[in-house]
Ligand binder design. Structure first.
Ligand code: CA
Length: 227
């Protein structure tokens, strides 16, 4: 599970990184609002731990903008502001949960687990982006009501892109999460590109609205309309 920690205080950021890595989470830390915002809109995360008081762009502002862009990543707000108004503002801005500093690390872990469980429970057995739909139980895929036949790997790749709709997914991420290959000496880039090309032919060929986009030098993303 990939977690983005947005925290400007070095000590707190280090403690969070260490603690979370100890729980085998994959952790990325950003210390300013601008860097964090760039990171969360160009990479896929399962959870964002967001401090509200940040230099540059404020955490609440980041959260509002993020939700405005349709990015639904779970956000757990961490903040020293413990007034009722701040809590309400955090939740209104699209936070999934709220933890007031100082907190016990065990409580943070419990909240993270609860959020992830809630995410899975709310998960629909069906994914849809525009007129592309995927049934995760029958494993049937359709575009505009027409069935799309995929291999097992193509299905997994498309499922991943659909789950992270609107977010850029790097080849590295795909190698790790779809191919489950982490310790290769040669990168899987060519293999991934071939699969993306096949998927495009099956999903986007002869369609005026393309869904699978290449972001040069970064990776791929699936969304309606141009990235
Ligand atoms: Ca702070």
């Amino acid at each position: 599970m990939r977690v983005l920690v947005v925290e400007d205080e070095q000590k707190v950021a280090n403690a969070l990184r260490e603690g979370l890595e100890g729980e085998r989470y994959d952790v990325v830390v950003e210390r300013t609002g601008e860097d964090a915002f760039f990171r969360m809109t160009t990479e896929a995360f399962d959870l964002i731990l967001l401090d509200l008081g940040l230099p540059g762009r404020d955490g609440l502002h980041i959260l509002t903008t993020l939700r405005g862009k349709g990015i639904k990543t779970a956000v757990l707000v961490l903040t020293a502001r413990d007034t009722l108004q701040d809590r309400v503002a955090g939740l209104d801005s699209g936070a999934d949960d709220y933890l007031v500093k100082p907190f016990a690390f065990a409580e943070l872990l419990a909240r993270i687990r609860a959020l992830m469980r809630r995410g899975r429970a709310a998960e629909s057995p069906r994914l849809a982006v525009g007129d592309l739909s995927m049934d995760l139980i029958t494993r049937k895929v359709a575009r505009g009501g027409q069935p799309v036949e995929l291999t097992v790997r193509e299905f997994e790749l498309l499922e991943y892109l659909m789950r992270y709709e609107g977010q850029v997914v790097s080849r590295e991420t795909l190698a790790r999460d779809v191919w489950k290959e982490t310790a290769r000496t040669t990168p899987l880039d060519n293999v991934i590109d071939v699969h993306i090309a096949r998927l495009r032919r099956k999903v986007d060929l002869d369609r005026s609205m393309k869904l699978i986009h290449t972001v040069r030098g970064v990776g791929f993303l699936l969304r309606e309309g141009e990235p």
